[in-house]
Design a protein around this ligand. Structure first.
Ligand code: ADP
Ligand code: ZN
Length: 212
C-alpha cells in the first residue's frame, strides 16, 4: 500500500503519518525529516538545500526527487510506504508517477489561522523525529521526548514569518495538486480541524474502505 499524506504546512501530516506507520507497519517517508537529516549530516543534497529550508522555499525538484527515490528503493519500502510532504509540486507529482502508482491521497483540510498556531507551537525530537505541540499534544514531561528522552527543539522554519511564507508557497505551488489527484479519483478529503485522534479515525476509515 502506497499512501500520500497531503496538506498545507503544519496541518498534521507528520503526526498522522507517524500513527499510520505504526498501525499498518509501513515506513513513514517524511521529506522534511529526510531533508533535515541531510542538512545535519552535511551531505551533498543537504548543502544544496539548506538555504531553501531556512527561508521556507521549496527545494529544487530534481534534488527532492533524487532523495525520495533513493529512500523508497530501500528494502523496508518494498511492501509500501507513507509519503509525507511529497510530492509538493506538479513536477514532483509527474516524477512520482514515473516511479510508481499511489493507492490513496489523504488530503488534510484546515483553516490557515489554525495552521499558524499549530506551527508556532510545534516541537520536534531531533533524535527520533517525534512531533509534539506545546498545547495540543504536549509530551508527558515538558521539553522531553516521550519516546527517546531527548530534549525537544523548535524547528528553525517554525518562526511565524517563515510559517506565513511556507503557507504562501503552499497556495502557489502545492495546492494545485489537490485538483490533479482529485481528477484521478485517488483523493479523499480529511477534515483536519478536529483533534489528532478524530483526524486519524477518518484516515483509517478511508484506508479500510480501499482495502475492501
Ligand atoms: P505537518 O507535518 O503537516 O507540517 P505536524 O504533524 O508537524 O504537521 O503538525 C503540526 C503541529 O500541529 C504539531 O505541533 C502537532 O503536534 C500539532 N497537531 C497535529 N495535528 C493536530 C490536531 N489535529 N489538532 C491540534 N494540533 C495538531
Ligand atoms: Zn525522540
Amino acid at each position: 500500500m502506497k499512501l500520500v499524506i497531503f496538506g498545507p504546512p503544519s496541518a498534521g501530516k507528520g503526526t498522522q503519518a507517524q500513527k499510520l506507520a505504526e498501525k499498518y507497519g509501513l515506513p513513514q517517508v517524511a521529506t522534511g525529516d529526510l531533508l533535515r537529516e541531510h542538512v545535519a549530516k552535511k551531505t551533498p543534497i543537504g548543502l544544496k538545500v539548506k538555504a531553501y529550508l531556512d527561508s521556507g522555499r521549496l527545494g529544487p525538484d530534481d534534488l527532492i526527487v533524487q532523495m525520495i527515490s533513493e529512500r523508497v528503493s530501500k528494502p523496508d519500502c518494498k511492501n509500501g510506504y507513507i509519503l509525507d510532504g511529497f510530492p509538493r509540486t506538479i513536477g514532483q507529482a509527474r516524477e512520482l508517477e514515473k516511479m510508481t502508482d499511489v493507492d490513496l491521497v489523504l488530503n488534510i483540510v484546515v483553516d490557515f489561522e489554525v495552521l499558524v498556531e499549530r506551527a508556532v507551537g510545534r516541537r520536534i525530537c531531533p533524535r527520533c523525529a517525534a512531533v509534539y505541540h506545546v498545547k495540543f499534544n504536549p509530551p508527558k514531561q515538558e521539553g522531553v521526548c516521550d519516546k527517546c528522552g531527548s530534549a525537544l527543539i523548535q524547528r528553525d522554519d517554525d518562526k511565524e514569518t517563515t510559517v506565513r511564507n511556507r503557507l504562501n508557497v503552499y497556495q502557489d505551488q502545492t495546492a494545485p495538486l489537490v485538483e490533479h489527484y482529485r481528477t484521478k479519483g485517488k483523493l479523499v478529503d480529511i477534515d483536519g480541524s478536529g483533534g489528532i485522534d478524530a483526524v486519524q479515525a477518518q484516515m483509517v476509515r478511508a484506508i479500510d474502505r480501499l482495502k475492501k
